[in-house]
Ligand binder design. Structure first.
Ligand code: ZN
Length: 290
C-alpha cells in the first residue's frame, strides 16, 4: 500500500523537483541499516542531483558563490559505527562528500548514546521497546537537569564508539566531522550555563583532534529556540542544521538550515518523493504520512 502510494506520487515529485532545482536540499541520516538500499539511493542522487560538500555550502553562504542546480548535502547525526563501516565505503565508491555530526563526549569512550542507553536499560527491566521509547520521549521534554539526574541513576551500559582514529579517517575521506554537542542534550531544555558548557567541551574536543568542525553544528533532535541560537552565535557557531523535514529557501539562514529526514532503508520511490520536497509539502497537510 505504501509502495503504491509513493509510486503514484513519482510524476508529481518529478515536477516538484524540477520546479525547485535552485533550492538546497540537505539529507539527514542516522545509521546505515541497509547498505544495499543506501547504494541505490546514492546512485539515484548521482544521476538526478549534484551532491555537494560542506565547503561548497560555506562558499555559497558566506562568499557569494553560486550553488549548482539540484544541490544536495548528505549528513549523518550521532556518530553511529554503521556509517563508518557501511556508509563511508559506498560514499567513497561514488566519490561523494558528506558530513557526520558527532557527539564529542562519546568519541574514544565506551559510553552508550543516552537515548539508546535508556532503551536498553528499560528493556533489560522486561519492558517492550515501545514502552522504552515512551520514556525516551518523556526525557526529551524534561529540563536538562532532571534528565541528567535520571540518567545518573541508570546502570552504565558499555558500547563500542567511534575513536579519534575513526574520525580522522572520515575527515581524510571527505566525510566532514561536525559538532552535535558534547552529550546530546535538548538545547532548548538547557540553561544558558549548561549549553555554554556543552559548547566549550565540544570545542576542546575538536581542538584536541586537530579537526575544524566545531563551528558546524546540528541541533540534537532538531530542537531549536531563539535563546539557544543566540548562545550558539556568541560561541562562534557559524552554521546550524535543523531536523524539520523541509527544503531550504533561496535566502537560507546559515543558523537555520533545514534538513529532510531519510533512512538508509527507505525504498527508492519513497526516497525520490522525499528528496524532491513533495513529501515535505504533503506533511504540512497530513502529519501521518511516513
Ligand atoms: Zn542526534
Amino acid at each position: 500500500m505504501k509502495d503504491l502510494f509513493y509510486n503514484l506520487l513519482i510524476p508529481f515529485s518529478n515536477r516538484v523537483a524540477a520546479f525547485s532545482s535552485s533550492k538546497l536540499r540537505v539529507l539527514a541520516y542516522h545509521t546505515i541499516d541497509d547498505p544495499y538500499l543506501f547504494e541505490k539511493q546514492l546512485k539515484y542522487l548521482k544521476s538526478s542531483y549534484k551532491v555537494i560538500g560542506i565547503f561548497e555550502l560555506e562558499q555559497f553562504l558566506f562568499d557569494g558563490a553560486d550553488l549548482p542546480k539540484n544541490a544536495v548535502l548528505i549528513t549523518f547525526d550521532d556518530g553511529d559505527l554503521s556509517v563508518l563501516d557501511f556508509g563511508l565505503p559506498l560514499l567513497k565508491k561514488y566519490n561523494m562528500p558528506s558530513v557526520m555530526f558527532v557527539i564529542t563526549g562519546l568519541i574514544d569512550s565506551k559510553k552508550t548514546f543516552w537515548c539508546r542507553w535508556v532503551e536498553l536499560a528499560i528493556q533489560n527491566q522486561g519492558k517492550s521497546y515501545a514502552e522504552a521509547r515512551v520514556v525516551v520521549n518523556r526525557l526529551k521534554k524534561m529540563d536538562n537537569e532532571e534528565r541528567v539526574a535520571y540518567l545518573n541513576k541508570l546502570e552504565p551500559i558499555v558500547s563500542k564508539q567511534l575513536t579519534r582514529n575513526d574520525i580522522l579517517k572520515m575527515h581524510s575521506e571527505k566525510m566532514f566531522v561536525g559538532n552535535h554537542t558534547h552529550t546530546h542534550p535538548m538545547v532548548d531544555k538547557c540553561t544558558s550555563e549548561e549549553l555554554q558548557g556543552e559548547l566549550k567541551t565540544s570545542k576542546d574536543s575538536f581542538k584536541n583532534w586537530g579537526l575544524p568542525g566545531y563551528q558546524i553544528f546540528a541541533y540534537p533532535n532538531g530542537n531549536w529556540d531563539a535563546k539557544s541560537e543566540k548562545i550558539l552565535i556568541d560561541n562562534e557557531i557559524k552554521m546550524a542544521f535543523l531536523f524539520d523535514h523541509q527544503l531550504n529557501k533561496k535566502d537560507v539562514n546559515p543558523m537555520r538550515i533545514s534538513r529532510i529526514r531519510v533512512n538508509s532503508d527507505t525504498k527508492l520511490h519513497e526516497f525520490k518523493v522525499k528528496v524532491s520536497g513533495l513529501h515535505s509539502k504533503l506533511m504540512k497537510f497530513k502529519e501521518n504520512i511516513t
